[in-house]
Every structure is written in C-alpha cells, then in structure tokens.
Design a protein around this ligand. Structure first.
Ligand SMILES: Cc1ncc(COP(=O)(O)O)c(C=O)c1O
Length: 386
C-alpha cells in the first residue's frame, strides 16, 4: 500500500469487538489481569495503552522504523531521546536549530554533563572537525527551522555509522509523507507532532520512531521510566489529524511554493529561504532525499521597519508562534521561537531582526497573497518608503 492509504486507514481495522472504524479512546489507566501471571498485553497506561499503541504502530510503519513512542510534546520526545546519553557524552547538532532544542541541550542537558557542538550538518568536514572520542550521536534538523538549510541525511548517516554514532533526525517539517530518514540510514526519527502530523493547531504531541531491536527496547525502557507519554484523548486527536496528512501536505506545498515565488519578486523582500526554489543552495539534495517540500519558509525584508507593521496589518494570516497547521501563521523568530539562542549566534546564522517565518496554511492561495500584498503595502505607506 502507498503511504496515503496507510494514513487514511490508521486504526480503522484494529478494533475487534465492535468493528468501530474510528479506533476508540480507551480512557483507562489500569487493565485487569485474567489471572495471576497473565496479561491482556496492557497492564498500566504509562507502559502501554490501547489508543496510544495504535498511534505508535502507525508512526513506526509510516517512518519505516521498528517501534514508535508517543510523547506529551516534541520536547518530551527530545528529552526521552537525550536520556540515552550519559555524563561526559557529546553530540554534534545542526547549527540552525529549533530554539527549544537548543535550550534543552544548553540549559538542562549541559547540567548533566552532556555537551553539544553546533555546525552546518551538511558540511561533513565541519562535522569531522567536531568529532571527539566521546561523541555519541549526530542530531539533524532538515530542513532547519527557520532558515531551511538542508542536510544530506544519507551522507551524514553513513559517516556516523562508520564512527559508531547514532543519527537522529528531527523530521517535523517534512513528515514521513515527504521524507523518511530511516530509509536513508538514520536510527531515530523525532517529531513535534504538534505541527504537520496533528495539523490543526489543537494537539500538543511528540513522536519517536526507532530502528533496530536493541535501540527500540532501550527507548521503550526510557519512555516508560520517564513517563512523558501521550494521553488517550490526544493520541486519538493526533491519529484523526494524521488521516488527512497527505492532502494537507500537498496543499501546504502548493501554497508555499506560489507564495514564495510571489515574495521573491516583491521589492521590499531581500531573500526567500525555501528549498523548493531552484536558487536554494541545496535544491538538488532536497529533491534527491525528499518527495516534496514543507509548507513553511522564511523571508528577509530589506528594511527591519517593515516587520512591525506587517505583523499588525495581516488579517487572514495570524501573528502566532507555531507551524504546520491548516491555518496560516506568521512568526518573528528573533523574538519568539529562537529568542533563547544567544544574539551573536542568531546573527551568525542569519536569524536576525529582518527575518519572518511563514507557516503557510491550506487557505486559498489567492487570499493569502492578497493578505500579504495589502500588509506589505500598508507597511510601506507607514514607513514612508518611496
Ligand atoms: C523542529 C521542531 N522540533 C521540536 C519542536 C518541539 O515540539 P513541541 O512544541 O511539540 O514540544 C518544535 C516546536 O516548534 C520544532 O519546530
């Protein structure tokens, strides 16, 4: 079956008692044992819970992994993964990184003696230079958020494998509909399922998918021991969202491509960062490893004075801090999602005060372009530009 069919059918043939097409929400934390020494397969909901299990099996299948783990948020998923590491371990991490992941590494994991070095993970020489005998893993975001830098997953994963390191890929922006890192050699995939997988800005969730028996068993132990698991209602909501992932991603991609092309020619815009545009430096790698493009991109205005009035004048597009939902959202990374990254690092990578990130929703593309056009025109008038 193709991925569209797997997605549409999540959970629909799993309920043996009533034949319910929508898998039920099992709101129970305890499960009766038939007799001493026997189990239905479910004992206590932190370890395993029926609605969550259906979601976890679907996640593993979609990402071509062996086991899936649903967590209470993307950050909970990352924290569970980082618990694989011990004091003295070192990680190599994508430079242009989600601010929350940077904060978790620098303000929390560092206190437990786990250190991280940051580099453009598409630069294999740069990665090599950072390698230390205590390096245990490479953590890649591709595309990165917000600058849409691309890493050749296969190349880095094969380098990591040769060194005995784990490759972890944050696949939040592309989802398994467009990119499956495990098929390219990654060991672990992590998602902020709050974003495209959920898709409706209404459920906070994280997913981990692992490849290999030993790693899957280790992750099951950590998932249960740490306990940042997803509840049954949110598991159901996430599955409901995932059923329409294919349709949504296609529309997100279509809209984002059209709007990025429009912005690229706008006189107030200096640069558009979107891997679907042929001038993107890693356009070829993106096409090789992914079957499509995400629905978010960033763009830099020529003048920082545009930012405030644009955010005030957009009407259909909401000035809000998330991505991947059906509703279009615009974010100012320097003061919102990436505020926890020190200013000099932000400037070095290009997350500056002229950069906006646009999570393009599934509204009609003409309405979105119309909204941007009027906001840019109003901003231009306010700042008195010729
Ligand atoms: C790429 C990426 N990874 C992880 C996270 C964290 O996920 P959550 O907000 O679900 O905890 C985010 C959140 O924005 C993200 O964009």
């Amino acid at each position: 079956m193709k991925i569209e069919s797997h997605l549409a059918q999540i959970g629909s043939i799993k309920e043996p008692v009533t034949g319910a097409v929508s898998f039920p929400i099992y709101q129970s934390t305890a499960f009766r044992h038939p007799q001493l020494g026997q189990s239905t397969g479910f004992d206590y909901a932190r370890t395993k819970s029926p609605t969550r299990s259906v979601l976890e099996e679907a996640a593993a299948k979609l990402e071509s992994g062996d086991a899936g783990f649903a967590c209470s948020s993307g950050m909970a998923a990352l924290q569970t993964i980082f618990a694989l590491f011990s004091q003295g371990d070192h990680l190599i991490v994508s430079l242009d990184l989600y601010g929350g992941t940077y904060r978790l590494l620098e303000r929390i994991m560092s206190r437990f003696g786990v250190t991280a070095s940051y580099v453009d993970t598409n630069d294999l020489d740069g990665i090599n230079e950072l390698y230390q005998p205590n390096t245990k893993a490479v953590l890649i975001e591709t595309p990165t958020n917000p600058l849409m830098m691309i890493t050749d997953i296969e190349r880095v994963a094969s380098w990591a494998k040769a060194k005995g390191l784990l490759t972890i890929v944050d696949n939040t922006l592309l989802t398994p509909f467009f990119q499956r890192p495990i098929e390219l050699g990654a060991d672990i995939v992590i998602h902020s399922a709050t974003k495209y997988l959920g898709g409706h800005n209404d459920v906070l969730a994280g997913l981990i998918v692992t490849k290999g028996k030993e790693l899957s068993e280790q992750m099951a132990f950590l998932h249960n021991s740490i306990g940042a698991v997803l509840g049954p209602q949110d598991s159901w909501l996430l599955m409901r969202g995932m059923k329409t992932l294919a349709l949504r991603m296609e529309r997100h991609q279509y809209n984002a491509t059209k709007i990025s092309e429009y912005l690229q020619t706008h006189p107030a815009v200096e640069e558009v960062y979107y891997p679907a545009l042929p001038h993107h430096p890693n356009y070829d790698i993106q096409n090789k490893q992914s079957s499509g493009n995400t629905g978010i991109f960033s763009f830099r205005l020529k003048d920082a004075r545009y930012i405030e009035p644009i955010l005030r004048h957009v009407k259909l597009i909401a000035f809000a801090e998330s991505l991947g939902g059906v509703e279009s959202l615009m974010t100012y990374p320097a003061v919102q999602t990436h505020a926890d990254i020190p200013e000099e690092i932000r400037r070095q990578i290009g997350v500056d005060d002229r950069l906006l990130r646009f999570s393009v929703g599934i509204e009609h593309v003409d309405d979105l372009i119309g909204d941007l056009e009027q906001a840019l025109a109003a901003a231009k008038q306010e700042i008195g530009e010729e």
